[in-house]
Every structure is written in C-alpha cells, then in structure tokens.
Design a binder for this molecule. Structure first.
Ligand SMILES: *Cc1c(COP(=O)(O)O)cnc(C)c1O
Length: 393
C-alpha cells in the first residue's frame, strides 16, 4: 500500500492508492471479478455482517475501483472518494444520498445540460425544490437561499462561456445557510483546481473527460468528507451505479499523465484563444486566459492554468459557424471534450439545442458561437484547421 507522505500532485497522480498483490505487479492490477471467495463459512458470515472488512461483491467493493477512488481522494485532497458508472451517476448518487422531499437545491444556470435535466425532471418530481441562478450574480444566489437549502451546485469555469466564480466566497455563502457547496470540477481536474482546499464540501467529476483523457470509458467520481461519502456508498450498494473495474483501471492509467496532459491542453487552448482574438472573422473569444476576460484575475488566482476548453463567436450567424466547423479536417465534430483529440461543436444546435430561445439568449448561446476543446495535436496544425474555415467568412 502506497503511503501518502504529503507528496506533490504529480507524484500522487502516478502513485497514490496503489496496492500490490502477492504477485508484485508493478502496474495496477485489473481485478475483473464480480464476486469473491471466502476461506470459510464463518468468514463469509463475518464479511456479510460487516464484522470483518474485505470484499464481498463488486457492486460493493473492488480492489481496482478502490485504487482509483483513493487516488482521486488524494488528488482532490478529500478524505474519501466514491466511484460511479458515469459523471451523471455521481451527481444522482449525491442527490439520492443527501436530499429528501422539501429540501432545496440552488444550481448555476451554466451547468452541464443533463445536470439541469436531472434536477428539473427527476429531483423536482420527488419534491426537491430547485432554483437556477446566474453563476456570477452573487445576489441571485443570496436571494435564493433559505432554511431548506441543502446544496449549492456549480461548475467553474462554465461551459461554453468560461465564466469564473470565486469558490471560497460561494463556500462561505453555502455554509452561512447550513448548506453544502458542490463543485463539478470536470473542466479543470485537480491538476488545475482543487475546490475542497477552497472550502467546497463535495467535488464531482465526469471521469469520462480529462481523467480518462483519451475518450475510452464512461465513469464518474465524488470526493469529500468521509461521513458524506459513506452516505453515497450506501446508496451505491443499494441502487447499483458502481464503476466497472475495467473502467477504473483505464482511469488509473489516465491519471498517471493527467498533469502533463492538462498543461499541454491549456497551452494549446491559450495559444488558440490569443490567435482567434486577432482574427477579423472572429467577434469574441471566451477564455479566462485572455487578460480582458472578466474572470481572468480570479481564474489566475484559483486555477493553476486556464483550461482546455474555449468558445468563440464568428462574424455572421449559424451558417458562418457551421462553415468553420465543416472546414475542419483535424478537429472532430463531436460534443465530447477532454480528449487527446481536439473537438469542435456548435452549442446552439447540439449541447444546448433543447433550450428555449429565451434560455439560450440568457445563457449567451448565440447562433454564431463555436466551442472547441483543445487536444494534444500540434498547435500550428490546429491553427491552420480553423484558419481554413475562417477564411471563408
Ligand atoms: C460530461 C459531463 C458530465 C456528465 O458526465 P458523464 O460521464 O457523461 O455522465 C457532468 N458534468 C460535466 C461538466 C460534463 O462535462
């Protein structure tokens, strides 16, 4: 068992959480097993009753999944982590474990679309009240707070406009009302931002994105205090959205290169942002790495770098945006992000396509907006790929 001796993030990303079997394998072992054999009937009874620790069934525990959980807890600086079958399963699990009818959730308007749908379609159906507020409008959060508020939920930087909010101030606000602050840290990963150290109570991730980093597996994780995570574990054991051991093994391998990859993603995104900002065919670039971005100073303070995702508005409307997208030969046209492969998407007709025109306008999702996730390809090649389309406008 690897002991965390206060090591730096780069060391933890490679080493934390690893246990070795008697075989002495160097790389983390993949325990592809649904169940476990007990040495005796008495031991089986003791494991089932919880009297003895140890594995019973992989819906409950699995050594490979546990290694991933412990590595994520170390990277985010939390007491414990719980791995789930997807990012949405992590968010669902924390809702099911922590909320009851009559409770209230306050959620940023600028969160992943399916997160919004989970709160509105399902949590409200079970009597949980949900208010949506503008991420950076502190007064709206304040006004929505009441004695029943249990969770404040946000992403920073936001998608696709890269708005940034002060995590420490939001944590103070949540705690002033006895609520918990949940931060979806999918866009930054612990390599760029550690919300728990800034006062957040729970971090959730879609491991599908940067934690995997190569677009192979779907998974999620929640990190926080042990007593809160224990509640999630009980829900997971009962309801079953646990992480597959195979996916946990892929994520463990992904985490080993997390810091290197994130820095390379950020360098490409920053260079693209500066270059796009100078193009005549581009009206506006949304990226907190640009000094004129309203969240620049805050992002510089609370993040290690500015992230791999940016968006930009081209001169013209939907047709112009589609032209730029269709001219790409390298960028993959897909809504996914956080992949070694750069991706490009038109939010107004894909990720945010189901919003009403009014909600789109409020969220800043204009018809001329394009979002890119900078991959690990050569910057000059990515630049030429976008330049081809921009030259058509
Ligand atoms: C993709 C994503 C999710 C959902 O994760 P899945 O693994 O697809 O279930 C949640 N939050 C953010 C910010 C995401 O990008």
């Amino acid at each position: 068992m690897f002991e965390d001796d206060g090591y730096a993030l780069d060391t933890l990303a490679v080493r934390a959480g690893q246990t070795r079997s008697d075989e002495g394998e160097h790389s983390e072992a993949l325990y592809l097993t649904s169940s476990y054999v007990f040495p005796s009937a008495a031991e089986a009874a003791a494991r089932f009753s919880g009297e003895n620790p140890g594995n019973v069934y992989s819906r409950y525990t699995n050594p490979t999944v546990r290694m991933f959980e412990q590595r994520m807890a170390a990277l985010e600086g939390g007491e414990a982590a719980v791995a789930t079958s997807s990012g949405m399963a992590a968010i669902l699990s924390l809702c099911m474990a922590l909320l009851k009818s009559g409770d209230k959730v306050i959620c940023s308007r600028s969160v992943f679309g399916t997160t919004t749908a989970l709160f509105t379609r399902y949590m409200q159906k079970f009597g949980v009240r949900v208010s949506f507020v503008d991420l950076t409008d502190r007064q709206q959060w304040q006004d929505a707070l009441d004695g029943d508020t249990k969770l404040l939920f946000l992403e920073t930087p936001s998608n696709p406009l890269c708005e940034v909010v002060d995590i420490r101030a939001m944590a103070d606000l949540a705690h002033s009302a006895g609520a918990l602050l949940v931060v979806d840290n999918c866009f930054c990963t612990p390599a760029l931002q550690r919300p728990l150290a800034l006062g957040a109570d729970i971090v959730v991730h879609s491991a599908t994105k940067y934690l995997d980093g190569q677009g192979r597996c779907v998974g999620g994780v929640a990190v926080g205090k042990k007593d809160i995570m224990d509640e999630l574990v009980i829900f997971l054991r009962t309801a079953g959205p646990s992480m597959s051991p195979f996916n946990a093994w892929v994520f463990l391998k992904g985490l080993e290169t997390l810091k290197l990859r994130m820095e390379a993603h950020c360098r490409n995104a920053l260079a693209l942002a500066f270059w796009l900002d100078e193009q005549d065919a581009v009206e506006k670039v949304n990226y907190a790495g640009l000094p004129k971005h309203p969240g620049h100073l805050l992002a510089a303070e609370q993040q290690h770098m500015f992230g791999g995702v940016l968006s930009f508005a081209v001169r013209g409307g939907r047709e112009a945006a589609w032209k730029v997208i269709d001219a790409c030969k390298i960028f993959s046209v897909t809504a996914n992000l956080g992949d070694a492969k750069s991706t490009i998407v038109h939010p107004a007709t894909t990720t945010h396509g189901r919003l009403s025109d009014e909600d789109k306008a409020r969220a800043g999702i204009t018809e001329n907006l394009i979002r890119v996730s900078a991959g690990l390809e050569d910057f000059g090649d990515l630049q030429s790929d976008l330049a081809r389309g921009l030259a058509l406008l």
